[in-house]
Design a protein around this ligand. Structure first.
Ligand SMILES: *[C@@H]1O[C@H](CO)[C@@H](O)[C@H](O)[C@H]1NC(C)=O
Ligand SMILES: *[C@@H]1O[C@H](CO)[C@@H](O)[C@H](O)[C@H]1NC(C)=O
Ligand SMILES: *[C@@H]1O[C@H](CO)[C@@H](O)[C@H](O)[C@H]1NC(C)=O
Ligand SMILES: *[C@@H]1O[C@H](CO)[C@@H](O)[C@H](O)[C@H]1NC(C)=O
Length: 188
């Protein structure tokens, strides 16, 4: 009997160390599971001086050496962009939007591509009504970037979690599409 429980303890220790060893680099061992997972695509069409009717975002501030139709160099540093982007369930720009992503991004890194994001998802669809609020650094050179889900309202009352962003498409300086995988760890 004693031998069996000893074996059990050893087996448990092996399991625990295997789980810890397989934890992705830079992340805490995943002993927490999201209470809700959602995936959306954000479509951003930047105003370039010619596409007023089609644009969903615009540079609203630029450094002294830049202007509002062409990204500043280097690395767009100092450009502040306001956006009102459709969000869809798949990666098609023309799919019916399930909400809007509204807010701003500020290119705040001088020696590499990176921005600070601050925006909300506004849902008003048959699936979800409410908002989710996001903030965090978006180091664009990273294939995936984690930003914070800092709160929510309506269906997402008091929600908190992490959104993993990846650039799904990038066409010239005008259009980009982000994939946002949202993992909520606090749901009500
Ligand atoms: C913005 O800068 C670009 C590149 O320097 C220039 O071609 C363009 O004419 C400028 N636009 C405005 C509105 O000043
Ligand atoms: C949400 O959708 C409903 C029904 O389409 C509409 O009456 C309402 O004004 C919308 N609310 C917002 C904030 O867009
Ligand atoms: C960027 O990626 C590296 C490794 O790929 C990772 O260690 C780092 O945490 C990521 N940074 C952010 C802010 O997501
Ligand atoms: C709007 O912009 C997108 C992205 O650049 C492009 O695919 C689409 O054809 C444009 N639509 C119009 C009507 O110009």
């Amino acid at each position: 009997m004693a031998t069996i429980s000893k074996l059990r303890v050893i087996f448990f220790c092996i399991l625990v160390s295997a789980a810890a060893a397989s934890a992705p680099y830079g992340r805490k061992p995943d002993n927490r599971h999201p209470c809700q997972q959602l995936v959306f695509y954000i479509h951003d069409i930047l105003y370039n001086g010619k596409n007023f009717n089609n644009a969903t975002s615009a540079i609203i501030g630029s450094p002294e050496w830049g202007n509002k139709t062409v990204a500043a160099t280097p690395y767009k540093f100092g450009d502040l962009v306001a956006f009102d982007d459709p969000i869809t369930l798949d990666n098609n720009l023309h799919s019916p939007p399930v909400g809007r992503a509204q807010g701003m991004y500020l290119y705040d890194q001088r020696s590499i591509n990176g921005a600070l994001l601050s925006f909300s998802f506004l849902f008003n669809s048959t699936d979800h009504v409410g908002t989710l609020n996001f903030a965090g650094a978006d180091p664009l050179f990273n294939k995936t970037r984690d930003i914070s889900v800092i709160g929510g309202t309506g269906d997402f009352f008091m929600a908190r979690g992490v959104a993993t962003l990846s650039t799904d498409s990038y066409e010239g300086d005008v259009y980009f599409r982000l994939r946002a995988e949202i993992n909520l760890y606090e749901c009500w």
